[in-house]
Design a protein around this ligand. Structure first.
Ligand code: PHE
Length: 354
């Protein structure tokens, strides 16, 4: 192709270009290392001062003109390409959206969040302990010596004790964390312990693994009245009801003295249980004043300190709150069950306190 340094000539040529590649080729032929303008610029050095000035000026002017024209054309061609693409790539708004599945928060987790939330507001902190416990923490320190009939109350999973001198068990309740906490810290103590517990039992209201939340408060002056107030406040908040009919029944636990069980009133309509009022009673938790023997076992001076403890089943609380009738559903890992009873993790209003 013949190259000229004529402005109208180059304008016509640029006008006829139809692709970025051709434009680039033209640019190189003028402005590239061996391009016409580059070579012409180089040849200036052989001219005399006067000619150099005139030709140099002309060349520069042409170069600026060319660069400007190329840029304009380049933008034009690029726009054409984009417009072409937009024309071809139509968005089909009638296309069904892609299916997505989000995870759900298990009702047990949801209950634990809520329980922590309520007790935190009362000044309790959260403790935890291992699922595999020593016989001492699970029983002996809690005033349940070996061969004591109270051990029969709980169908224990014993673990092989070949390698250790002390028998290990899957903890049958969260109460061993009372022992751990008392041995490791000084009163005042105010803790709750949500966690997994194990008993060899299985039917529609029992599963071999289940959850409890333990409560322990030790100071110099707390009484049974404080225990009652604390539990009533908790249950009203948990079930979101003002009218809570309840009763404390004397009971027996080796680690509390006196001991009680708490029942709440309920009604059942169309197989749905409603907590609060009614003439039927449902046992909901065990509690009592910490037995001085337990305090002594845990190196706390029982002449100086006293307090209360309670323990409740989280499955039972969840079944009542969320209307779940069969306990086995909690641990079948059935996605349909979780989808039905679970909670949307993105719905912050389901997490109390937010
Ligand atoms: N650990 C008892 C149980 O599992 C519950 C309990 C805890 C009772 C604390 C009294 C005090 O049945």
């Amino acid at each position: 192709m013949s190259l000229s340094l004529d402005k109208s000539d180059i304008s016509t040529r640029i006008g006829k270009l139809t692709s970025i590649a051709d434009l680039e080729a033209l640019r190189i032929s003028y402005l590239g290392k061996k391009g016409l303008i580059t070579l012409e610029m180089k040849s200036l050095s052989s001219l005399n001062v006067e000619d150099k000035k005139i030709k140099g000026q002309k060349l520069n002017e042409f170069k600026n003109f060319l660069e400007k024209e190329l840029l304009i054309k380049k933008n034009l061609l690029e726009n054409l390409v984009v417009n072409e693409k937009i024309k071809k790539e139509k968005i089909d708004v009638t296309l069904p959206s892609r299916d997505y599945q989000s995870g759900k928060i298990h009702p047990i987790s949801q209950s634990i969040f809520k329980i922590i939330d309520i007790f935190s507001a009362m000044g309790f902190s959260v403790e935890s302990g291992p699922d595999i416990e020593s016989d001492f923490n699970n029983f002996t320190a809690l005033n349940i010596p070996s061969h004591h009939p109270a051990r029969e109350m709980q169908d224990t999973f014993y673990l092989d004790s070949n390698n250790s001198h002390e028998e290990k068990v899957l903890r049958t309740h969260t109460s061993p964390v009372q022992v751990r906490t008392m041995l490791n810290s000084k009163p005042p103590i105010r803790i709750i312990v949500p966690g997994r517990t194990y008993r060899s039992d299985s039917d529609s209201t029992h599963t071999p693994m289940f959850h409890q939340v333990e409560g322990l408060l030790i100071d110099q002056s707390s009484t049974m009245a404080h225990l009652k107030g604390c539990l009533v406040d908790f249950l009203k908040d948990f079930f979101e009801i003002d009218n809570l009919n309840y009763r404390f029944r004397p009971s027996y636990f080796p680690f509390t003295e006196p001991s009680a069980e708490m029942d709440v009133a309920f009604t059942k309509k169309n197989n749905v249980i409603k907590i609060g009022e009614g003439d039927q009673w449902l046992e909901i938790l065990g509690c009592g004043m910490v037995n001085p023997k337990v305090l002594e076992n845990c190196k706390i001076d029982s002449k100086k300190f006293q307090g209360f403890a309670f323990g409740m089943g989280i499955e039972r609380l969840s079944m009542l709150k969320y209307g779940i009738t069969d306990m086995r559903g909690f641990f079948n890992s059935d996605f349909r069950w979780l989808n039905h009873y679970g909670f949307n993790p993105l719905d912050l209003s389901t997490i109390s306190g937010i």
